[in-house]
Design a protein around this ligand. Structure first.
Ligand SMILES: [Ca+2]
Ligand SMILES: [Ca+2]
Ligand SMILES: [Ca+2]
Ligand SMILES: [Ca+2]
Length: 272
């Protein structure tokens, strides 16, 4: 009966875990306003205007940025794109952009550089070989993983753990350019079963973190793998299963020992 109850609880927790483990996203689609985005950089005399336009985006509203010179400028993501972004490790970052006007100027390779600021420094990746064409919305995207950003897995993990700012360089054309920005998005992939610290590996580090927080942790980063806001033996079971090195309970050892002794006795009797 106890075994049956344990089984039912385990199945229930499994369902909760699956629900908890789904992919998530943070998105600015500018449906209702500028969502507190800002523009920084030298936008030159008479230029430098960030406007919210309620229609004509790549679906609904979008941000329009007017620049009149050759200096770089960046769109700055609001607070929801900052902080602990480890859940997005292995996911992607993307944005849609268009040149509403290229001002008949020559294209610049400054366009499309995404910069992550963190305590570890500033890390940039250029998502665009060339600026978007006039009149066409284009999606620019990058994987959010260590290899794409040229960092070691541990360095990348540290950066994603404390992102203080995300900037997108949007200067695309010399002189005047009017740029549209829409659908900026951080997308996660499903978490790896048993991965406590979010580095997409299941190893002894996860086990150590879980053990430290056993009986007192409440979050996934502390070892709550089934998403029921505690760190207990069910979470440990999930991790041990994932490690493929489940440590048998004392009772299981005893049963195995008894079975082995019985087998030895039987063989001796048969041999006699
Ligand atoms: Ca939109
Ligand atoms: Ca310009
Ligand atoms: Ca891990
Ligand atoms: Ca739990």
């Amino acid at each position: 009966m106890k075994l049956l109850l344990h089984g039912i609880i385990a199945v229930l927790c499994g369902c909760i875990w699956i629900g908890n483990a789904s992919a998530t996203s943070i998105t600015s689609s500018f449906d209702f306003g500028d969502e507190d985005w800002l523009v920084v950089g030298n936008m030159d005399v008479g230029g430098g205007l960030l406007e919210y336009i309620s229609s004509g985006g790549n679906g609904g509203g979008f941000l329009q940025i007017t620049d009149s010179g050759n200096d770089e400028f960046q769109a700055v993501a609001p607070a929801k794109f900052r902080g602990d972004l480890i859940d997005f490790n292995g996911g992607s970052f993307s944005f849609d952009a268009t040149a509403i006007s290229d001002g008949n100027g020559s294209g610049r390779d400054t366009f499309g550089r995404v910069t992550l600021l963190s305590q570890q420094g500033s890390f940039s990746l250029d998502l665009a070989l060339q600026p978007p064409e006039e009149g066409n919305w284009t999606t620019f995207t990058t994987p959010l993983d260590a290899a794409s950003w040229g960092l070691s897995p541990s360095a990348w993990h540290q950066v994603l753990g404390g992102v203080s700012e995300i900037l997108i360089t949007l200067e695309g054309y010399r002189g005047l350019d009017i740029t549209g920005l829409d659908n900026v998005s951080l997308q996660s992939v499903e978490p790896i079963m048993g991965d406590v610290n979010g580095d997409r590996l299941v190893d002894q580090i996860d086990l150590a973190i879980l053990n430290v927080n056993l009986g007192q942790g409440t979050s996934r980063r502390e070892g709550d793998l089934d998403g029921d806001f505690d760190v207990d033996e069910f979470d440990l079971e999930i991790l041990e299963d994932a490690l493929g090195a489940s440590v048998p309970e004392p009772g299981t050892w005893l049963m195995a020992l008894v079975a082995m002794l019985g087998w030895v006795v039987l063989r001796r009797r048969n041999a006699a």
